[in-house]
Design a protein around this ligand. Structure first.
Ligand SMILES: Nc1ncnc2c1ncn2[C@@H]1O[C@H](COP(=O)(O)OP(=O)(O)O)[C@@H](O)[C@H]1O
Ligand SMILES: O=P(O)(O)OC[C@H]1O[C@](O)(COP(=O)(O)O)[C@@H](O)[C@@H]1O
Ligand SMILES: [Mg+2]
Length: 536
């Protein structure tokens, strides 16, 4: 059996788990500490792939790889198991094959060729026949961190109700105000009654914050309070925090689950199909785009500029544009653009105004940052979590357009700028996000009860899965501008591609190794994207 990772010489075989049918797998199980010690090289990816933390990888036939999540039995021996109380639950006991088969895994790549390797898989989420907790012994807590996102309250509600109704768990605490709430605030008792209608409200009833992650204080607090299931709802920063909490819990040998539920309105978390709240955000953004359209078409040479969220990833802007059809130009961080000269934004604006008398521009907050870089360097500020604080690109571009057309071009334009960010973030989740949040919460609860830990839950090709933290935090999900979705957008708006460097992209793709894992392919796409921006 081979490891897909370069340092196969460093693999350590794990003994099969003792009494865990929920944790067994009929492949070869390896911890793969992918340090660079082996001297192997995988092109230019080697450094990015080298994780400091050991990874749990199972390799099977025909290039099958399972990137598994940790389980209690990996570091605590002789743990007792119990029958899953769901087997006696009248709602579920009639459902045939309700319990997930222990060998079920979910393929990351579903488009394959007849001779391509089976590729990366993740453990399928869902209830297991045996659980590692007795209901009365569970003491769970929930924390929400980072920016607001529609659906946070629904996830909280469904974790509380899922634990209570499916597993008979009575003790659930809410941590007040993000990570720092573990050691600096009182906790909130959560019951099905107290969370009954919170899904109809925006925000998070627990409060949230940036910064304040102190690993030892947080784990001390978990230990002192006797908490044994920690549900952490948050974005990329939060999942990084959850990962170090898990590592510290494992180091202390505690029987405490750390389960992550990915939250990002920007949809910038990799591996999963999409993040909760994204659908609601795209829908809500339509209202701002409609307003911009009405304003711009009512005046001579009207231009509506709408800034949407998306620090590093332009998904909201792209989907809101595709959904609206009133947008003439969509600018995102992944696709560098320029203002002046042939093929530039000003030329395109002038053309649209002459053709149509008005236009709508949607710009993601992280777009064009290289154009703003001079101001950025002088500011160089970060928020409490260490995220780069961006200049308001919407204000900047609005001013640039006004200056260009009034001073230099002598063409009268009427520009209205709309920033709906906090109006979008604060709404309650829509129906489809509510259902999605329910599945996420229940999958997290099933995984925790089954003794899995150190995982983030999320759908992979439509199937909910347990994904190891390192896969979630090592890179960001970005719009791939060489994919068909971006081509669809370009053809729907008819905007310029702003690319002058097609040949460079093709050349660079040729140079990269062809036999790449899904993960490496993701990195490759990022590299190609970099090349595009350097080439401009
Ligand atoms: N690298 C990190 N290690 C540990 N904690 C982190 C890390 N990055 C962010 N955090 C913590 O995660 C929380 C949320 O992070 P933030 O970036 O603000 O939001 P999000 O999780 O939505 O991306 C904050 O409390 C922050 O301190
Ligand atoms: O004003 P705040 O709260 O710092 O949030 C602004 C940021 O929050 C976001 O909505 C997403 O934040 P997260 O990283 O917390 O998911 C970004 O789009 C935006 O840059
Ligand atoms: Mg973030």
């Amino acid at each position: 059996m081979d490891s897909v990772y370069p340092s196969s010489s460093a693999t350590i075989s794990l003994k099969p788990p003792r009494n865990s049918d929920s944790n067994s797998f009929s492949g070869s199980r390896n911890w793969v500490p992918s340090s660079s010690g082996s001297g192997h090289k995988v092109g230019s990816f080697s450094r990015s792939l080298m994780e400091k933390k050991p990874q749990k990888v199972v390799v099977g036939d025909a290039g099958y790889v399972l990137e598994d999540v940790p389980h209690f039995s990996d570091y605590i021996p002789h743990l007792p198991t119990y029958p899953n109380p769901l087997q006696d639950n009248p709602a579920y006991s009639v459902v045939k094959q309700y319990f997930v088969n222990v060998d079920d895994t979910v393929a990351q790549k579903i488009v394959v060729h007849n001779n391509s390797p089976r590729g990366t898989h993740f453990r399928r989420a869902g209830p297991r026949q045996k659980v590692y907790f007795e209901s009365d012994d569970v003491h769970a807590c929930i924390v929400t961190c980072g920016g607001l996102c529609p659906g946070l309250n629904t996830v909280i509600r469904e974790i509380v109700c899922g634990l209570h109704h499916m597993y008979g768990v009575k003790k659930v605490l809410g941590i007040d105000g993000g990570y720092r709430g573990f050691y600096s605030r009182n906790t909130i008792s959560l019951t099905p009654k107290s969370v009954n209608d919170i899904h109809k409200r925006g925000g998070t009833i627990l409060g949230t914050s940036r910064g304040g992650h102190n690993t030892s204080k947080i784990v001390d607090s978990i230990q002192d309070r006797g908490i044994n299931q920690v549900y952490i709802i948050g974005g990329d920063g939060t999942q990084k925090g959850a990962s170090v909490i898990y590592e510290e819990i494992k180091r202390r040998g505690l029987k405490v689950v750390v389960a992550g539920i990915p939250k990002t309105i920007d949809n910038d978390i990799p591996v999963i199909d999409r993040s909760f709240g994204f659908d609601t955000a795209v829908e809500e953004a339509q209202r701002a785009i409609n307003a911009a359209h009405v304003e711009s078409e009512s005046v001579e040479n009207g231009i509506g500029v709408v800034k949407l969220m998306g620090r590093y990833s332009g998904f909201i802007a792209m989907y809101a544009t595709l959904a609206s059809r009133d947008v003439d130009c969509c600018l995102i961080p992944e696709s560098p653009f320029y203002l002046e000269g042939p093929g530039g934004l000003f030329e395109y604006i002038e053309k649209r105004l002459k053709e149509n008398g008005h236009m709508v521009i949607v710009i993601a907050e992280g777009a064009g940052q290289e154009l703003l870089s001079e101001i950025m360097h002088s500011m160089a500020k970060q928020d409490a979590s260490g995220n780069k604080l961006l200049q308001d690109v919407g204000l900047w571009i609005s001013q640039k357009i006004k200056d260009h057309f009034s001073k230099r071009h002598k063409m009268t334009i009427n520009l209205k700028y709309i920033d709906p960010t906090y109006m979008i973030r604060a709404v309650p989740s829509n129906a489809s996000d509510n259902v999605y949040c329910t599945l996420l919460a229940q999958s997290a609860v099933h995984g925790a009860m089954a003794g899995y830990t150190g995982f983030t839950v999320g759908p992979v090709n439509g199937r909910h899965s347990y994904i190891p933290f390192h896969r979630i935090i090592e890179q960001q999900n970005k719009v791939v501008i060489t994919d068909r979705m971006w081509a669809r957008l370009l053809s729907s708006t008819n905007q310029p591609s702003f690319l002058r460097a097609k040949d460079v992209i093709e050349d660079k793709k040729e140079e990269l190794p062809s036999q790449l894992s899904d993960h490496q392919n993701g990195l490759k796409d990022n590299l190609v994207k970099k090349e595009i921006s350097y080439a401009l």
